[in-house]
Design a protein around this ligand. Structure first.
Ligand code: UTP
Length: 475
């Protein structure tokens, strides 16, 4: 039987019970279309959960309880010893077979608001490559096309957006002709949203006819995969694994045979890539083991003592940083959804525009609202088996987060050039370098030319000699 829709009077009563009647303060001034839209938005609110959220997250700050008994997480090192090298070879072959037989899909989460970067429009449209200024979306599309060409298999690409940027993202792909990809293999779906609260627990209005909402975090992807029908699509296509990454990292290896193979051969349900932190307080989550399960503990939740703790050999005890690259088994995502996909919420206090009780638009100059989000890594302890593979930062991780300083386009740009130079040198190409060791050339390697250093050797005849100060684009 279809769920009956609450009518206006029932909604008034419900809001009164929850001290949220201000949401209808401007109702009488709206046209009928706006009235219906507002009522629909209110019907979507989870009033079973909202009182608990207000109590726990809005009025009482973060209730996150950080376990005291943390152990370092085991991991596969980036540089294996001999015995492990044989296992890596086997895993790589298995990963390649899984890609070739169409068992792996690409999955990027791109629903965030990118406020720190301050770029107008979806972050995926940010131009990042050093010479051609290709956007993040463009680079990932080229990586997919190159992987399809390498393995001869269709690779569907799932792109999660949010209501805040969905249409803009679709428009970009339409106007770019899907970057030459097969349109049927580029699948967009939207994540859910959560209401924003003022610091006293009142839900904010964005304008007279709409509640202020924000995307429900990258953890929302797990639920959205189900709600949007992607899980069904995966089944239809015979896909077993999703290779997950975030929109801001142009160095990502979107489908890494070694990572996929290790995940598969170990029977893992959700796996992660890691890097060794640059320093104890680096602002990345920390892989730890709690009660026998892999967890990510946020940098802000690790005590100073834990962050600085050292092993006998002088290395950090908690040295593994999380870089938000995962393999998800689709069966694991299905099981999570069968159990309601209840990831914990995290709170952030942010500056959120709203309208006040008189209907005046307010642009706050200090944080005024609580935004709630779920994080993908909170699914890790729910996995029966979870492996971690170390990668080298210079090879795979250069996120664009901030407009300047750390994790800014300038740093990413530099790292893209450095990686290209290293790949060329590993194949014996001479790269001019400055006195400080950095490349004295601007080099851009298109994914169609090489997806990794191993693809360079076969193309040496297409690489011109590099002179100091030159720009070289290889495709
Ligand atoms: P960030 O944590 O960098 O958040 O997201 P953000 O919203 O993009 O940027 P800021 O914090 O406002 O500056 C990491 C990744 O998770 C995605 C982002 O698109 C990015 O790929 N994400 C984040 C979502 O898909 N949905 C969300 O609700 C939040």
């Amino acid at each position: 039987m279809a769920k009956s829709k609450l009518n206006y009077l029932q909604i008034v009563k419900l809001l009164g019970k929850h001290h949220q009647q201000h949401l209808l303060a401007f109702y009488d001034q709206l046209d009928s279309h706006q009235q219906n839209a507002l009522l629909d938005q209110i019907r979507e609110l989870d009033f079973k959960a909202i009182p608990g959220w207000i109590e726990q997250y809005v009025l009482n700050g973060s209730p996150m309880v950080v376990p005291t008994e943390l152990e370092p997480a085991p991991y596969y090192p980036a540089r294996p010893d001999k015995a492990l090298a044989a296992q890596y070879d086997k895993a790589r072959m298995r990963g390649e077979e899984l890609i070739r037989t169409g068992k792996v899909a690409a999955f990027v989460v791109a629903g965030g608001q990118g406020t720190r970067l301050g770029f107008d429009g979806p972050k995926g449209n940010f131009p990042i490559s050093p010479i051609r200024k290709k956007t993040l979306f463009h680079l990932f599309a080229e990586m997919i096309a190159a992987t399809v060409a390498k393995y001869g298999a269709a690779i569907p690409w799932y792109i999660m957006t949010s209501p805040q940027n969905h249409q803009a993202t679709l428009d970009i792909f339409e106007s770019e002709g899907y970057y030459g990809l097969n349109k049927a293999d580029v699948c967009f779906f939207q994540q859910g949203t959560l209401p924003m609260f003022d610091l006293s627990g009142k839900i904010l209005l964005a304008h007279q006819s709409a509640i202020a909402t924000g995307p429900d975090g990258h953890g929302g992807s797990l639920k959205a995969l189900h709600v949007s029908g992607v899980l069904k699509d995966l089944k239809r296509r015979g896909i077993e694994y999703l290779s997950y990454w975030q929109i801001d990292n142009p160095l990502v290896k979107i489908l890494d045979p070694l990572f996929i193979g290790l995940h598969d051969l170990d029977g893992a349900e959700m796996s992660s890539k890691t890097l060794i932190k640059a320093h104890p307080l680096e602002k990345v989550g920390n892989f730890c083991v709690v009660d026998g399960r892999v967890n990510v503990i946020e940098y802000s939740d690790l005590s100073d003592e834990q962050a600085h703790r050292k092993n006998l050999d002088g290395t950090l005890t908690f040295e593994l940083g999380s870089i938000a690259i995962h393999i998800l088994s689709s069966s694991f995502v299905e099981q999570l959804n069968a159990k309601g996909c209840g990831l914990p919420l995290h709170r952030a206090v942010k500056k959120i525009a709203y309208i006040d009780e008189r209907g005046n638009p307010i642009q706050p100059d200090k944080p005024n609202a609580v935004k709630l989000e779920t994080f993908i890594f909170d699914a890790l302890p729910l996995a029966n088996k979870s492996i971690i593979l170390e990668i080298l930062r210079s090879e795979e991780f250069a996120p664009v987060k901030n407009a300047s300083g750390a994790d800014s386009p300038e740093v990413t740009h530099r790292m893209m050039i450095e990686r290209a130079a290293t790949w060329l040198q590993s194949a014996g190409v001479a790269v001019p370098r400055k006195a400080d060791g950095s490349p004295d050339a601007t080099i851009e390697i298109a994914p169609s030319f090489a997806l990794g250093p191993e693809d360079i050797a076969a193309k040496l005849d297409r690489i011109p000699p590099l002179s100091p100060g030159e720009s070289v684009y290889l495709e």
